[in-house]
Design a protein around this ligand. Structure first.
Ligand code: ME8
Length: 517
């Protein structure tokens, strides 16, 4: 696909001290939907995910499990890799920070920062949270139980005093603010952008970027008593996976990234530290960081200690993969916090997927199967209502593209459902079952309009629900090479007389078992 526009999208790399849960699944899914949509829309796409394997937190978890950090990393990294596959994600690569290609890149970036004069040796004394792998100022701490101090995230902090290399972050305040100003879309949503800008305006302190009190990390070149701060190590994954320090090959093609998708907990690392590191090394900052919201479980914060972690596999087994993909991206305005509940999942599955979309497809296709000899019907002249229906269906691609470019997944899906609801209204009003006797030719036209509407919907829901949409497109006999978004609208319209396979329901209803949630 040479000459095509490129799109590089990344997930955070997940810590291997944890098992994957719905929060990780959410971010990875959002990236997959983005990657699929862009591919279908003619872009040359690279989608990266992976695992963050160094740092004190991983070292401690390994200790507690009686394993070496590498063994723990190997075991848990595999869980994240499997999760991406289980979610039907189309990641092109999976990076692990313990891989040689990554370690080499981090050390090269470090050398660039030293060369630029942005790293110096000093002494760190202050608060550190292992859980957040973050340094905090005294003024940021909040009161914990029994007079203790906690990080603003509620994580425990400890007093750290050790020699450390520092990155001259304080020198980057004005350049960062100028960067945000010149790139209005570089941090989204707006609330996060405002938060980042006010944090940077509040003044930046130099950042401690090495530690000496543990060893599970990338050694600082030339001073092996230090390992690099895990965030400097981790953020570099986005360029190590595209061949950095070689800046001519894949790097030149993909960098700067089009989209770093992250949770709101780590926006500061991506929108402040990362652009500063990159600019200091003479590299470009990413085009966009989108920080999405936080999921809770039936109103409660998801936490291992509460024991309410939602495990994606269980959800997929119970409700189906495409149903879960749909729910997560439809339920919550992307960027806001959201609450997972089985009730909400079942409601969306039954009312929107089974009743609205499934029913539209099923009744249109089965009428064609029964009354049009299993072929795309011939179409006569269009009435104003037909034209209106087709205009709505054919206009969907523009609406969805616009919403996707802003990562407003819920808006993109809502736009599709406006078409679905309009089409269900159109079937009811046109009553093709009655036309069967009175005006079979007109019935054919109505059914053609419906089938063509379903074709456009199925093309456009592919990124969200790839398997179900493919089954709908199979039932419309749409050839595999005619499923890209340039085939939306009349350009790819159904050809009368094409033989269609026997239709089958695609979106089953969820029937609750007695006593189930
Ligand atoms: O922070 N709701 O890794 P991590 C929504 N290694 N999203 C959630 C979530 C929830 N309840 N819980 C987790 C790290 N996430 C670093 C990243 S990147 C260079 C290094 C998602 O394993 C969300 O995307 O703690 C969040 O930012 C990420 O998982 C944190 O994953």
């Amino acid at each position: 696909m040479s000459g095509a526009k490129t799109f590089y999208v990344t997930t955070p790399i997940y810590y291997v001290n944890d098992k994957p849960h719905i929060g990780h699944a959410y971010t990875t899914l959002a990236c997959d939907v983005m990657a699929r949509f862009k591919r279908l829309d003619g872009f040359d796409v690279r989608f990266l995910t992976g695992t963050d394997e160094h740092g004190q937190k991983v070292e401690k978890s390994a200790d507690a499990a009686g394993m070496s950090p590498q063994a723990l990393a190997d075991q848990n990294s595999a869980n994240f890799r499997e999760l991406a596959a289980r979610l039907n994600c189309t990641n092109d690569d999976f990076i692990r920070t313990t891989e040689p290609r990554h370690i080499q890149a981090v050390q090269a970036l470090w050398a660039k920062l030293v060369e630029a004069g942005d790293i110096y040796l000093g002494h760190y004394e202050g608060w550190y949270s292992v859980r957040d792998e973050a340094f905090y100022g005294e003024d940021e701490l909040v009161a914990g139980p029994n007079g203790s101090k906690l990080a603003p995230t509620g994580a425990p902090v400890e007093w750290v005093k050790e020699p450390s290399y520092f990155f001259r972050l304080s020198a980057w305040q004005d350049r960062l603010l100028a960067f945000y100003e010149a790139n209005p879309d570089c941090i989204a949503p707006q609330s996060r952008r405002n938060e980042v800008i006010s944090f940077v305006k509040g003044g930046l302190q130099d950042l401690s970027v090495s530690r000496t009190s543990f060893t599970w990390g990338v050694p600082v070149p030339g001073d092996e008593a230090h390992v690099m701060y895990v965030w400097l190590d981790a953020l570099t994954n986005y360029i190590s996976a595209i061949g950095y320090p070689d800046v001519d090959g894949a790097y030149a093609k993909w960098w700067p990234a089009d989209l770093h998708m992250v949770g709101k907990d780590i926006v500061r690392f991506h929108a402040v530290y990362w652009p500063a590191f990159l600019m200091a090394a003479g590299l470009e900052a990413p085009k966009r960081v989108f920080a999405h919201g936080w999921w809770t479980n039936e109103g409660q914060k998801i936490s291992k200690s509460v024991g309410n972690v939602i495990e994606p596999n269980g959800l997929i087994e119970r409700y189906g993969l495409d149903q879960v993909r749909y729910f997560l991206l439809r339920e919550v305005p992307f960027g806001n916090d959201g609450d997972f509940s089985h009730r909400a999942m079942i409601t969306r599955m039954n009312s929107e997927l089974a009743n609205d979309y499934g029913n539209l497809a099923q009744r249109s296709l089965s009428m064609i199967g029964k009354n049009c000899a299993g072929q795309v019907p011939a179409r006569g002249p269009f009435t104003p209502e037909d034209n209106e229906m087709l205009g709505t269906a054919h206009g969907l691609v523009v609406k969805m593209r616009d919403a996707m470019d802003r990562q407003m997944f819920h808006e993109a899906l809502e736009a599709a459902w406006v078409v679905i609801r309009a089409a269900n209204g159109y079937v009811d009003r046109q009553a093709p079952w009655a036309l069967k006797k009175t005006d079979p030719e007109r019935m054919g036209t109505v059914l053609w309009v419906l089938a063509e509407t379903v074709r456009n919907l199925a093309l456009l829901t592919q990124a969200f629900m790839p398997d179900s949409s493919a089954r709908l497109l199979d039932q419309l006999a749409v050839a595999p090479d005619a499923r890209t978004l340039d085939r939306c609208g009349m350009a790819g319209a159904l050809v009368s007389g094409t033989a269609l396979p026997t239709p089958q329901g695609v979106f089953p209803r969820f029937v609750e078992e007695e006593g189930a949630a």
